[in-house]
Structure formats: structure tokens, C-alpha cells
Design a protein around this ligand. Sequence first.
Ligand code: CMX
Length: 432
Amino acid sequence: MSHLKEKLLKKIEEQRPRTTRLLKDFGEKVIDEVTISQVIGGMRDIKSLVTDISYLDPNEGIRYRDHTLDDTLKLLPKVPGGEMPYVEGLVYLLLTGEIPTDEEIKDVAEEFNKRKNVPKYVFDVIRAMPEDTHPMVMFSSAILSMQRESVFNQKYNELKKGDYWDATYEDALNLLAKLPEIGAFIYRHKFRNGDIIPSEPKLDFGANFAHMMGIDKPYDDVSRMYFIIHADHESGNASAHAGHLTASTLSDMYYSISSMTNALAGPLHGLANQEVLSWLQGVMVKLNHQKPTEELMKNFVLETLKSGHVIPGFGHAVLRKTDPRYTIQREFCLKHLPNDILFEYTSLLFKVVPPILLEQGKAKNPWPNVDAQSGVIQWYYGLKEYDFYTVLFAIGRAIGVASNLVWDRALNYPLERPKSLTTKMLEDAAGI
Ligand code: CMX
């Protein structure tokens, strides 16, 4: 048994009695009340999920295993010569709750190496798709096509409930190990005339992805940063929730991560990173790539709002302050690309959008989210095909969701089944 799996088993054995006790002795304790606006309004803020892997505070941002994002980046061991930590270290932290040593990171890297080979038919599936297929459709389909590999699915009839987590863990590592190669394949197939760069087993998760994308340093660090900051955002966000919901029927990891990917592909969620770049490019073209004045930028923002569209990259369902994932990327830009014209555009947006949204008075959070800044960095390092950006988000998000799914099975979280009401029932409750 690998060190990671042994450690995980120990943690699971410690955790199980806590969940059992809560259910058995305190199952009827009330922890929330639900209003009509929450019922109609997308179940907003209803406390109805449990995860120990991450927690999103509206004012502070995400914590991974109780570490803020800044602390996570500081505490996780860094790749020698790089500014960012190993993605492998984050996998260890999310699964076990502990900051890994160098040895423990090596163990995860070896586990990934054993599992990296992507079956040839996956590439055939991608190649068979029409040229104009969106990269997210390719990514989701590639994952789904591998469902036949699922250890959980293959062993389901002989598994005892207490061992579901073990097969799910195998699926999680098998799938995560393959995602960088699948993502890079989609990119090179679609945007680089199919000139595929083979995987380099000696490289870590982030560096191998940069290598297969064909982008030089420091893109390895950009990839590590990107995958780490996007990895998890509690269980209630649409992509994580879609993954959790699918897995709650005992659908396996492949079905579940494909579901996660599909939810991420909406413009109100992960696709916003593509939308930001597409929107900014539109502005730049209109301005003939000159730096806009504050006044001009305000006009573009107002025009967009007037047309009934949201300003992509701003606002959030939970956060009420600037997203720390935005700030981390902004600091990276200030260090590595301070004079980039696109960065200047996003900095100007940071200045003009919040006051406009505040004045409009609709958005509960006028501040930028992760997606406002991420495309700028990708563009700077040569990844200009912005409809690929959400695939990067998906590789990162899969790390958190897969870790959660292992724990879902370890703690036997049951089938999800919230209750619907009719409009008449709500009217009756309101006394109408
Ligand atoms: N531009 C314009 N209007 C906005 C807005 C924005 N950036 N953010 C919120 N609003 C509007 C909403 O559309 C809503 O309007 P209606 O009442 O007419 O429907 C109103 O303000 C209230 O919305 P809210 O409660 O503040 O926000 P929600 O929780 O409903 O939605 C989010 C959150 C992220 C979907 C929304 O802020 C948005 O559409 N932002 C732009 C898209 C985006 O950047 N998404 C990425 C989020 C991060 C991620 O998941 O990747």
C-alpha cells in the first residue's frame, strides 16, 4: 500500500466515528432554516452539505484544510528553482489534511507516474469530434470515455460498503494522473495542428503539463499556481456539487468528474475566464489596442450592462470581498508582467467595475473573482486560444472534487435527494 493510501486509511478510521456519532446522537438537531427566496433562488446558502477539505468564508476566501490560500502556497513544499509548490503536495494535503514532507510528495509523484498512461482510444475519441467542438466538450467526453477503466465500477458487485473508498481512491489517482496529458493533447490537437508533445515522466504534474503544452518556463509555475488555486471552493459550487450529486448515486469517478466538467462549462461559472478574455479582446479591438482612459472603459462596462449581460470576472455567489485567487494572480502579474497591455486593461477594470456595480445596486459582491485575472497570464505566455482556458480550471477543480469523492465514499454519504415544492405550496406558506 502506498504511503498516501496508508495515511488516508488512518484518517478515515479516525473520522468515521465522528460522523456516526453526529448522525446517531444528534441527527435531529436543527442547524438552519430555509426561506422562500432561498428555495426559489438556487438553494443559496442553505447549509446542507459537509466537507472537511475546504471552507469558503465570504470575507476571507477559500481555506484548504483550514489553511488560507496564501498560507497553503507558503506551507506546501516548493519545486526546486520554482516559486510555486508541487501540485502533488496539494493532492496530499486535500486528501489527508496534512502538509506533506518531500518524501511524501515523492510518493504521490510515483503514484501518478504509474498511472499516467492515457489509453489510445481516448485520443481517438477526441480526434473523431468535429473541429469546432469546444475543448470542454472534448475534455468531458475524454473523461467519460474512460469510464470502462473504473476500478469501482469493475469491482462494485464484490465490494463491501466499507471498502468503496478504496476503489474510489484508485479511480481518483488513476484519473487525476491522466488529466494533464488529456488537456495538453486537446490543446495541441485543436490549436497546434495535432503536433503532440509526449509526456515526460521525470517532471512533476505542473512542469509536465507545461512541457506537453509546449510552453517554456515559467509556465510550469503558472500551471502549478493555476491548478492549486482552482482546486476546491467548498462543496456547494456548481461544478463540485454536480460531481458530488452524480457520485451520490454510486456513479463512479469518471461519470462524476465528467459531470463536474459540464457544470464548470457555463459562463456564470468556469467559462467566465474565457468570457473575460473575449470581452477584453472586443474592447481592445475597438480601441485599436491603445490603452483606454478610465472614462472609455466605464462606457464599455455600462454598454455591456445595458445589453443585459453580466460583467464577466466580477461578482460571486458567496464571496463578499476581492477573491484571494484574483489577488494571488494579480501579484504574479505585478512581478512577471507589470507592463503587459492586457494586464493594464484588467487593472483598469478593477478600478472601474466595482463602483459601477455598487451604484447599480444589484450585485451583492462588486469585486473581482478568480476569472478576472487568469486569462491575462495565459495570454501573456502564449496561450491565446481562450476557449481552452476552462479546461485548465477543470484540471485544477478535478483535484478537489476527486478528493471529496473519496471522502464521500469513506464516510458513506448517501444519495442526494432534496425536496421540491409547488408554487402553490410556497404561496400557502406565505399566506397568499
Ligand atoms: N455583472 C452584472 N450583474 C451582476 C454581476 C456582474 N458581474 N454579478 C451579479 N450581478 C447581478 C446578477 O445577475 C443578479 O441580477 P438579477 O437580479 O437581475 O438576476 C444580481 O446582480 C444579484 O446577483 P448576486 O446574488 O450578487 O450573484 P449570484 O450569486 O446570483 O451570481 C455570479 C454569482 C458569479 C454568477 C454573478 O456574480 C455573475 O454572473 N458574475 C459574472 C460571471 C462570473 O464572473 N462568473 C464566475 C464566478 C467564479 C467562478 O465560479 O468561476
